[in-house]
Every structure is written in C-alpha cells, then in structure tokens.
Design a protein around this ligand. Structure first.
Ligand code: PMP
Length: 384
C-alpha cells in the first residue's frame, strides 16, 4: 500500500521501536516505587523530560507527559474552567482541531468561546488576532502551529508576541508541526500540545507544556505522578520512544523537506492541468511539506477514496478525525466553501519515507480513477 495519510497517524519509526524495547526491558519498574530499580526508572524519565524540554527550549518542570494531543488539549481547557473568572472567554482560530474546539466548548460552555477568522489561505492574520483581542479580551488564545487538513503554517511566533504584549496566554497545538519542522522555540508558547503518533512515535503518548509549573489542575485525578498534574503510572517506554522518534523525524525532515515539497507540487500541478477545476487549498500559504488538500472538480470524496483504496492508495477525506465522513472539513467550512464542494474534499499526506515515485503514482491513480468515474466504469480489477 502507498500510504498518504500521515496526518492521521504514522507508522512506528525504527528508532522509536528500538528505544521502546530498550526502555521496556531495562526500566519497566514503576518510577514511583522506592527500590533502586524504580529509582533508575524515575531518573530515566526525568532525563527524558529534560531532553524533550531542551529540544523545545522550555523548562523541564513545565512538561507533563500525557496520552496524546486530545488529552493535552482537554487538560488546558479543563484547567481554565477551574481557574478563570466565570465570565472570562477564550479565543480559538476557526480551524482548530476538534480536540481544541470541542474541548473548549465542553469545559467552558459555548458562550465563552470566540473564534478568530482565517483568511482565504487558511491563515490567522496578526490583524485578525489584534481585532479579536480588542473586541473580546480573551484570557487565552489558541492557534495551532500547522493545520492538519490543509497543512497551512500559522504565524505562531508573531501571534505569540502579540499575545505576550497584551498579557494574554497563548496555547499552540503543534501536533502536526512537530517532527516535520524544527521544534526549537515552540517552548516559548505558554501551553504547547504534542502527540507522538504524528511523527513516528507510539500511539497513546503525548505531552503538554504548561505556563506555570506550579499550577495544579489535573484532568486525571489520583496518584501524585507528574508533580500532581496527571495521575497514573508513567509510561516511560512510550516517553523514550516518543523522544527518539522526534529527534529522528526532525533530523530527517530538514534533509527531505525541499524535495518532498517539489514532488508534491509537481503532482498537484499535473492534476490541475489534467482535471480543470481541481482546487488546491492553501496553495499560496506556507505549508507543511507533506500535505496536499484538494477539492476535486467532480464526484464525491468517498467515491475517490474507495477507488484509490482498491488501487492500493490510502488517502483521507479532509480531517483525520472525520475520515469516512463526507462534508466535515473544518478548513473548508472556515473558508466558506459551498456544501457541494465540501463533499469533494481529499487530503493526501505523505511521510518521511514517501518517494517521488509514490507522488507520481498517486497522480497516475487519480487520473485513472477520474476516467473510470467519468465513464461510470467498474473499478480496475473488479467485475461489479
Ligand atoms: N490536534 C491536531 C492538530 C491533530 O491533527 C490531531 C490528530 N488528528 C489531534 C490534535 C489529536 O491527536 P491525538 O490522536 O494524539 O489525540
């Protein structure tokens, strides 16, 4: 299978697998226990925390290991629900992942959530943030680093500065940025979300950086792990695997990003020539090197997806968290797309091992599928 759904999840990287096995063999003891081996596991966990904090340029005390980005995002808003004044509001970009948008609404109530619009390229413009801050005076602003559907890279360093100047806290969901672009500097955000399975680490592992290391608003109550901020026995093997994967993915990304971008863009250009009306979303925006979100000129996403799957290509219909559902693209909604366009969205997301030939084969398969769908022909290799 040619896998073009890396924004949904990635295969486990070899470096992560080795780190997991070594950690699980050597440090399987409970870090909270009191004998020597447990102490060694606890030390290894704290070294891992320092290692990741170094990479992010953050203080290790601010780092909490979680089960992934969904938990990290929920932790942010569950904490705010307990410490903010009852009438305080938060502002989210209009293209946040459901684990930010729905978590904010669930924990704070719909009436306390404001949205910052994006421009036609899916970008939060600094001026839009300034207007939102002036009009709503939010206690926290949440803007993702890179969008999971269209790959648009948000100007988070600039947005962070604007928030900082106004004394407003800034949360950044960097689930899609990490591993694909340098993580240095992300630790300057007050809150930062990451998820291991997006960059070759294991599923069910992630982290949250918090603004104030002394803040105690756990989502999960119980034991005193993670300095009382997240109860439950620490998953050191998964932590070790996540960090190994992140180092590996970042190193590789810096080498391949340019080629990958060219391969993707060559296939997109070829498709646009052969299928007039095909629209590339965020085409003029700075984008993740692996992501291509398109609105096909005709036929439904599911028809494309199913036939591509028969041809051995794994792709998705817009958002990772709504794969299989048509018309659910958060980005296309935010861009004001017509309902008919929403049913024709496809997302292709390559990975670190994707080759030029993979991108070419994807374009070949799309063009062959277009011919089949236009002619109402049976899919290749089937008789029905
Ligand atoms: N945020 C973003 C931007 C994502 O792309 C995803 C995964 N689709 C998540 C959060 C949720 O991540 P997890 O699976 O680790 O909960």
């Amino acid at each position: 299978m040619r896998y073009f759904d890396h924004n949904a999840t990635t295969p486990l990287a070899q470096a992560a697998r080795s780190a997991w096995l070594e950690a699980a063999d050597r440090h399987w003891h409970n870090p909270s226990s009191l004998y020597r081996e447990a102490g060694l596991a606890s030390q290894a966990l704290e070294r891992a925390r320092e290692n990741l904090a170094d990479l992010l340029e953050a203080e290790p005390e601010r780092l909490i290991f979680t089960s992934g980005a969904t938990e990290s995002n929920n932790t942010v808003f569950a904490g705010l629900a307990r410490c903010l004044a009852p009438d305080a509001v938060v502002a989210l970009s209009a293209i946040e992942h459901p684990s930010v948008r729905e978590a904010a609404i669930a924990w704070l109530g719909r009436g306390r959530v404001r949205f910052i619009p994006v421009d036609g390229e899916g970008l939060v413009r600094p001026a839009a943030l300034e207007t939102c801050l002036r009009e709503h005076q939010p206690a926290l602003v949440s803007v993702m680093a890179a969008n999971n559907e269209c790959g648009a890279l948000q100007p988070w360093p600039e947005l962070l500065q604007i928030c900082r100047a106004r004394g407003v806290r800034f949360h950044c969901d960097a689930a899609q940025w990490l591993g694909k672009l340098p993580s240095a500097g992300l630790g300057k955000c007050d809150y930062l979300t990451g998820s291991a399975h997006k960059f070759g680490g294991p599923k069910g592992m992630g982290f949250l950086l918090v603004a104030d290391a002394a803040e105690r608003f756990p989502l999960l109550h119980g034991g005193p792990q993670e300095a009382g901020r997240r109860a439950g026995t620490e998953n050191y093997p998964a932590v070790a695997a996540m960090i190994a994967a992140l180092h590996d993915a970042e190193r590789l990304s810096s080498k391949i990003a340019k080629d990958q971008t060219n391969w993707r863009d060559a296939s997109a250009a070829r498709l646009q020539r052969a299928l007039p009306g095909l629209r590339v979303i965020s085409a003029s925006a700075p984008r993740l090197w692996n992501t291509l979100l398109v609105v096909m000129p005709r036929h439904s996403s599911l028809k494309w997806l199913t036939r591509l799957s028969w041809r051995g290509f794994a792709v998705s219909t817009g958002s990772a968290c709504s794969s299989g559902r048509e018309g659910s693209s958060v980005v296309l909604h935010a861009l004001g797309a017509e309902p008919d366009e929403l049913r024709r969205v496809l997302r292709f997301s390559g990975g670190w091992q994707t080759t030029e030939e993979d991108w070419q084969a994807l374009a070949d398969a799309l063009l062959a599928t277009a011919g089949e769908l236009d002619n109402g022909a049976s899919p290749a290799g089937t008789t029905a």
